[in-house]
Design a protein around this ligand. Structure first.
Ligand code: ATP
Ligand code: MG
Length: 398
């Protein structure tokens, strides 16, 4: 039993002492059995939320309508969710109504895949009602019960199945895959935000190719923003060297480059995926830098503009294009830049205003930029007198 569970055992025992059942459930049980790192330990119980709040002193209501209470235990915190069933999925997405029940079996039945429907007791005993252990061993993603019904209830499960295939390098079981093929248009009912969470996990998974091929073949991609016309590009994307991608901005970069989007199309593509302006900016920088880097070494000005993280990220992305990265060399070159930030320039805008008898205006920003470029390129040293003299020359030239 992994440490995380040993630590949490006292919480289960406390619930037992009050006459209720409690088990570890969900991803943590699956990952522990696969001997993979565990993110959060989720607990399911027959106790109702109010009962949990009476048992533990330090609790936070995080999703009481869904039956979830956060219990604080020393440094740790656990999401404790009441056994529940879900009913009346009217529009192919999350249930209208959750009903608390006292039976573990009912709770496990509503879970998406057999490998996610395992429960573990306090002594490490496994409750396996749907042959999840066999599927774990055979490395199979199989819906709990009838896959068609399950995807009708909540179409997001199709994307979840694909992302688990990528993360775990598992195969999607035939009937489950047929059901995805048949019902993929139901993804139209699911919010982009929820699809994006799963799609990004798919892209960052250990074996994205395992998931991208069925993602393409079942035509799920047709119901993802901005991908409709890019079946072939997605196929090419799946054909990139199958090394795990480290960061989300790198995943978008590689995808967009393979799609061959124009610079002007990047923003609207990422907006259609509801990505933040920060993410859009990062991806634009990576694509710009990567395109240049594929043609040769980056200029010092590019290194300065990109910053060290993006510059190193670009080096790592070269791998996917069969080129060698020069991580140490780039870091060395970056660290040797005379300045790393405009704030380090030896003059400020105010200094220039004081010295030159001119009104503030566009010239000022332009001049700062000229000085910055000259310093970064090593054409002049970063010292106040030198910079002022250089600025004076430039102004006199006009
Ligand atoms: P991760 O490691 O990515 O967190 P996870 O399996 O824990 O993977 P979560 O999204 O955290 O995934 O969900 C926790 C558990 O809740 C799942 O293991 C599954 O049993 C259940 N679950 C989550 N989403 C659904 C869904 N849409 N339909 C049915 N069951 C679900
Ligand atoms: Mg989880």
């Amino acid at each position: 039993i992994p440490d995380e569970f040993t630590k949490a055992a006292s919480v289960l025992k406390e619930i037992h002492a009050h006459g209720f059942e409690a088990y570890f459930v969900g991803g943590s049980v699956r990952d522990a059995l696969l001997k993979q790192p565990i993110h959060d330990v989720d607990i399911a119980t027959s106790a109702y939320p109010e009962e949990i709040k009476q048992i533990f002193h330090r609790t936070i209501d995080v999703g009481i309508d869904h039956g979830t209470v956060l219990v604080l235990d020393g440094e740790e915190q656990y999401e404790i969710t009441t056994f529940r069933t879900e009913s009346a999925y009217q529009d192919f997405r999350r249930p209208d109504k959750v009903t608390f029940v006292r039976s573990l079996k009912e709770d496990l039945k509503r879970r998406d895949f057999t490998i996610n429907a395992l429960a573990m007791g306090v002594e490490g005993e496994i409750i396996d009602l749907f042959d999840g252990m066999t599927d774990l061993k055979r490395q199979i993603i199989r819906a709990v019960g009838n896959p068609k019904e399950r995807f009708h209830e909540d179409a997001l499960r199709m994307m979840r199945g694909l992302r688990f295939a990528s993360q775990l390098n598992f195969t999607i079981e035939a009937n489950t895959l047929f059901a995805i093929e048949e019902f993929h248009p139901l993804l139209a009912k699911i919010s982009v935000e929820r699809i994006a969470v799963e799609f990004i996990k798919l892209l960052l998974g250990r074996n994205r190719r395992t998931a991208l091929l069925p993602f393409i073949e079942t035509e799920c991609y047709q119901y993802c923003p901005g991908l409709k016309k890019y079946g072939e590009a997605l196929f090419n994307f799946s054909d990139l060297p199958n090394k795990q991608i480290e960061l989300e901005n790198q995943a978008w970069t590689l995808l967009i480059k393979t799609m061959g989007l124009k610079e002007s199309e990047i923003r609207s593509f990422l907006k259609s995926w509801k990505q933040s302006n920060q993410m859009i900016h990062e991806v634009q920088q990576l694509i710009y830098g990567l395109n240049k880097r594929l043609l040769g070494d980056l200029q010092v000005m590019d290194l300065f503009d990109l910053g060290l993280d993006a510059a190193l990220s670009i080096e790592k992305l070269l791998f996917y294009y069969g080129q060698k990265s020069k991580l140490e060399e780039v870091e060395e070159r970056y660290l040797c830049l005379p300045i790393h930030d405009r704030k380090q320039l030896a003059v400020t805008g105010n200094d220039l205003l004081d010295y030159f008898d001119k009104k503030p205006g566009k010239w000022l920003g332009d001049m700062i930029e000229i000085l910055e470029t000259a310093v970064v390129k090593g054409q002049i040293i970063n010292d106040k007198e030198t910079l002022i003299a250089y600025a004076k020359d430039k102004i006199d030239e006009e």
